[in-house]
Design a protein around this ligand. Structure first.
Ligand code: PLP
Length: 366
């Protein structure tokens, strides 16, 4: 038996920012630097989620012995709300994020959060901070849910107390001066995820472990790191914090290939959506393993015409150049490809409400 979800208590800021002040903070938006006026907090203790609260955005107070700070019981999510042409606000596939949040929670021995509570928290926050949803195409309100272990206890075991937090950040266009391909470094020195590890979970530790590889990619003159499988160091997994797609053109057919979910890839919701959208656009789409050698051969033969990465934050990013120990190659002459851009336009159209939402991906908030 699940208990009905108690409505969140709402304690707004005593004085809202003026329109002028908010507009000033929303001018020149980048990613993840500006936050709205409220946040949601829901504590978990005694084996149950307690009364949740929407309250003024601000620092959290944690005991220094809180186990998330030491042992990394910490997960997060990311999804977006978009202003619609009719003035309403909709989120993109939030139920999928709520489900993935719980899969991450289980992998880290943390409690499930009822998806209805996840949804109610997001809807309440967005509704209260609706004025912070940017209106231009390419802009959105980015929602960041997280859960941390708060037990004041140094023993290593699953914590008994947790805090769910949700806050929001207005985000500008990821490519303010137009979409531009990135260059990638294929990492042989570091791995992101090993079989049986936490690669499928959106946990803080995965990102901590990725930072030196990303720094190495930059030293090699590349924008992003590409991860290989941990066992054979042969198969392509993902790019930084985004999933990868490879575009083939053969005998008049367009075929998209994305690495299959082997347990060490993060199952992206953008990836899942693009597998569907590809079919809507008349392309074929396959999930399978792809080796670095195959990647090289298929670029060299011209069968593979485009490569792109996808994720919530940047939507779709073309990959224009690949570097690794011992080789370097250009993809589509380092330019944006037509299939990449068609998929990008299709997805953004649904999110911004300018194209029919035939798969019912958009959730009306306010
Ligand atoms: C979040 C994430 C992605 C992309 O997932 P989306 O649901 O599309 O945003 C891909 N790879 C990693 C490692 C991630 O953390």
């Amino acid at each position: 038996m699940t208990k009905p979800i108690a409505p969140l208590n709402i304690t707004p800021v005593t004085e809202r920012l003026s329109d002028a002040e908010r507009h000033q903070r929303m001018a020149n938006l980048s990613f993840g630097r500006t936050f709205t006026e409220h946040m949601v907090v829901i504590p978990y203790k005694d084996g149950a989620w307690q009364q949740g609260e929407v309250k003024p955005y601000g620092p959290l107070s944690l005991d220094p012995s809180a186990s998330s700070l030491h042992y990394g019981q910490s997960i997060f999510e990311g999804f977006k709300a978009f202003a619609q042409p009719d003035g309403s606000v909709k989120t993109f596939r939030p139920e999928a994020n709520a489900e993935r949040f719980n899969r991450s929670a289980r992998r880290l021995a943390m409690p499930d959060l009822p998806p209805e509570l996840f949804m109610a928290a997001a809807d309440a926050l967005i509704d209260l901070d609706k004025d912070w949803v940017p209106k231009n195409v390419g802009e959105s309100l980015y929602l960041r849910p997280l859960m941390i272990a708060t037990d004041p206890f140094l023993g290593v075991r699953p914590a008994l107390e947790y805090l769910f937090v949700l806050f929001a950040s207005p985000a500008g266009a990821y490519f303010p001066s137009g979409v531009k391909p990135v260059s990638v470094w294929v990492s042989e020195d570091f791995v992101r995820a090993a079989p049986g590890g936490t690669g499928e979970a959106k946990c803080a530790g995965n990102y901590a472990a990725s930072l030196v590889a990303q720094a190495q990619a930059q030293q090699k003159g590349c924008d992003q790191v590409v991860w290989l499988d941990a066992v054979e160091r042969k198969f392509i997994e993902e790019m930084g914090g985004m999933n990868l797609f490879f575009v083939y053109q053969e005998q008049g057919k367009i075929i998209l290939v994305t690495p299959e979910l082997t347990g060490t890839l993060l199952p992206g919701i953008t990836r899942l959506s693009l597998l569907q959208l590809a079919k809507d656009l008349g392309y074929e789409a396959e999930e399978r393993k792809l080796s670095v050698q195959q990647w090289r051969d298929d670029i060299a033969s011209g069968r593979m015409t485009e490569v792109f990465a996808c994720g919530t934050a940047a939507v779709i990013t073309p990959v224009g150049q690949v570097k690794a120990n011992g080789f370097e190659m250009q993809i589509n002459r380092g330019e944006n490809g037509p299939v990449t851009m068609a998929l990008r336009t299709a997805l953004l159209g649904i999110q911004h409400g300018t194209t029919a939402d035939t798969h019912h991906w958009m959730h009306t908030v306010a």
